[in-house]
Design a protein around this ligand. Structure first.
Ligand SMILES: C[S@@+](CC[C@H](N)C(=O)[O-])C[C@H]1O[C@@H](n2cnc3c(N)ncnc32)[C@H](O)[C@@H]1O
Length: 224
């Protein structure tokens, strides 16, 4: 049998995923390590091959839905925009496409997600794409102050993150503190009610330009 070309990647992923979860590698769910590499418009993402199997396994273990583990249309649309420059923070990076695109174009990027699994996948995808960026586990509800201390950021990226009311409220409090005046917030939204609520409230603090697409609207907000 030919050698498995992804064996080294899987081994490295398993080591990091286990360390971040604080478990032995043998305890990781099998669908988490059954990964494939896919080319999304020139960006290579590492993704679990069977998202439904992973969701099932995580649910059975009492863990949340692994929303991070799919390449959502919003993340791919944000990654396809003209890359941001300067100091860039991505919130809810999932598999990391926008951060990889920005880092490849020379931005100084911090890719974050509340899920440590997402951060491990993004770190490995950055390396696969020969892009350099920093990654961190950060839930905005718990680590907002740390993200503010790391700022101010020139650009904040967020793709499909307004699917809970709690996220909308936290983001409304946090985002103005992350950006300096003139700083840019780029949101990719597949039509979530939460995004509508966020944008309606954010108009007090930001100017708004929107580009509607077939599945995803790209919003650029600038801090007044
Ligand atoms: C629907 S997925 C989108 C993933 C990626 N941005 C994309 O478009 O492919 C939402 C992501 O936001 C992350 N997330 C949701 N709420 C969060 C929070 N409060 N703090 C940090 N990350 C969060 C999830 O872990 C997940 O990776």
């Amino acid at each position: 049998m030919p050698p498995d070309p992804l064996a080294a990647l899987r081994a490295s992923l398993a080591e990091q995923l286990a360390a971040l979860r604080g478990v032995a590698a043998e305890e990781l769910p099998a669908p988490l390590l059954d990964v494939v590499v896919r080319d999304h418009g020139g960006i290579y993402l590492i993704q679990p091959a069977d998202w439904e199997a992973l969701r099932h396994e995580e649910g059975g273990a009492g863990r949340g839905v692994p929303y991070w583990a799919r390449p959502w249309p919003a993340g791919l649309a944000l990654a396809a925009m003209e890359p941001p420059r300067g100091r860039v923070l991505e919130l809810g990076c999932g598999l990391g496409a926008p951060s990889i695109a920005a880092a490849k174009a020379g931005a100084e990027v911090l890719a974050t997600d509340g899920s440590s699994d997402a951060v491990a996948f993004t770190a490995h995808a950055l390396a696969l794409n020969e892009a350099v960026a920093t990654v961190a586990v950060a839930d905005w509800a718990d680590h907002g102050a740390t993200l503010v201390d790391g700022g101010p950021w020139d650009v904040v990226l967020a793709a499909d993150v307004f699917y809970t009311a709690a996220n909308v409220q936290t983001a409304l409090r946090l985002l103005p503190r992350l950006l300096e005046p003139g700083g840019e917030l780029r949101i990719a939204d597949p039509g979530r009610a939460g995004a509508r609520d966020f944008l309606a409230a954010a108009r007090h603090t930001f100017t708004l330009d929107s580009i509607p697409g077939e599945d995803v609207t790209l919003h650029t907000l600038r801090r007044r």
